[in-house]
Design a protein around this ligand. Sequence first.
Ligand code: B12
Ligand code: SF4
Length: 571
Amino acid sequence: MVWDNTANAGRQKCQDFLDIRRPSAIMCYSFRGPGISRARQSAAESPERNRRLGDPLADIVLINPQFAMSYWGLDHALPLFGKRANMPVASLPLLAALTPKPHSMTLIDENIEPIDWNRCARADMVGVTGLSVQRFRMKEILENLKQLGVFTVVGGPWITVQEDYFAGLADVIFIGEAEETWPRFLDEWLQKNEQAEKSDMSKVPTPRFDLLKSRHYLFGSLQFSRGCPFQCEFCDIIVTFGRRPRIKTSAQIIAELEAIRRQGMALVFIVDDNLIGNKKAIKEVLRDIRTWQQDNGYPMCFFTEASIDLADDPELMRLMVEINIATVFIGIETPNEASLRETKKFQNLRSGGTILEKVHRIQRAGMDVSCGMILGFDHDDAGIFDAQRNFIRDARITSTMIGMLHAVPKTPLHSRLAAEGRLDPDDRPPFGTNVIPLKIGREELRAGYVAVLNDLYEPDAYFDRLDELLVTEKIKLGNCNCPEYWKKHPWRNLKKHAWEWAQGWGLYLRLMWSIPDKRLRQVYKSRIARLLKARKESSVFLYYVIKCAMHYHAHRMAREIKTENALVNSF
Ligand code: B12
Ligand code: SF4
């Protein structure tokens, strides 16, 4: 079969599987990690694997490596929820669904279970996915696999932007989307696979959620669309997924909802780059999902990501609330308009109100807003730290992922700074970012970042923002804004309340039992008591207790960064 590689120079076609899997490089790598030598022996002795040499059927293992600490990893909060990971990475069940029968795939998520090296050693091929915060662990895993003589393939967000990162460790790399290249690769065994055409989302199969150990995850993940029409200079998403939003059909999404529901997941993250990239098309889909949610008694609560122009479309906000989206993450980045212009985030500068007004509009429509903020643009001077503090306070945004500007390879920002000689090439830059800022010193930026992060998660500052929203303004979230529906379905309403009270009190008890810091426990207790005095709704209570757990993670992470010098940036 001939591979069309017009868009990608340097790709080689591999003549046969035996050639490519001959592990000539294994001896170069030193021993690493327990269990490897045993697994290596088992690999050599495996009759299954020897039988498979020359056999076209592949026994494939796909690994999601351990995440390093990050803001959205919720690492410190997970034990409070009795969970091992925040959510399954969407690529795992999707690649399993894309694997043509009769090849077989086993999924391993190191965030919920240790890697079974014996299992890997017996596989014909081990795939590794990962994003930036997994890159060091990805390297270790690949080194181990090489030592075992395993044939390795690597894909996902990190290799996509840094293609040479695992040179010598990955037999095959996948750049960008893999809906077309992965199944074709299994027929053809190529060296580097870069999909020239973007995936047709209307043909993406239902991910194999049934292969995940769903009970260990806090949230489920589901994707409606890919791509974003905007052009932010620092963004690698548009480099990988393009600026033309591509959306699945309602029928596909509903099939996925049914499949996720069978796994017992009730909180689901819609992992789109920007859910509202194509407003007209997404409205159609949202109407169908509203019908599905209402027909089934709202089995799911969603979170998602969208751009700030959401605030300009009341109908869209209404539809999002009616499908029960309770929280929306928005890339606000900075209150400094010159910096927004510099980074080409023009959608945040459009008319129709200030950013602050737009955030308030979305909150009043029925969604909690969380946001990404960036420090260290070229137009930022030392005043940016207070400007960010004040903006976030006035916006009443509790969950703020703030970080220092970082240039991701392949982005326009990376090219510009490289040309200006303002990139630190160190893979673990001592100042936490590879960007050398213009108007502030590197140390000043790092110190300012650590200070702002810690101030945002000071308990009083955090809960004042939350109370402004939920206690003072008494905002309702998601489907609590659909009173007509609940009036028509009193039994479902009762069930919902019972479930929310039970979940809320269960989590409250865990907070009180498990958090070692007495001062924090006291804060949570008194703030929750204050909330309950003002509002008696079960949904608000549950949301508030979840916010306490999220606070615990962010507060502890911020403290560790400050006191243990364990710098974590948000890229
Ligand atoms: C949803 C999302 C989240 C969710 C869920 C994350 C999760 N654990 O799954 C949340 C909000 C929790 C999150 C958190 C973070 N995220 Co995030 N996230 C995304 C987003 C918007 C979508 C990811 C997704 O599910 N896509 C859908 C799947 C199907 O696509 P995919 O993984 O790319 O897989 C396709 C291909 O890459 C390929 N593929 C993938 N793996 C493999 C492996 C093999 C072997 C093969 C053959 C192919 C292949 O096949 C798939 C089908 O085409 C992306 C942006 C984006 N579009 O990539 C950012 C993104 C992945 N996140 C990013 C970052 C940095 C983070 C955080 C570190 C931020 C922080 N400081 O907290 C944390 C990490 C927390 C954690 N421990 O989970 C960066 C990664 C940068 C990079 N290039 O490495 C991205 C690209 C956004 C960005 N530009 O900043 N994120
Ligand atoms: S709005 Fe978000 S996804 Fe779209 S280009 Fe900007 S940073 Fe990227």
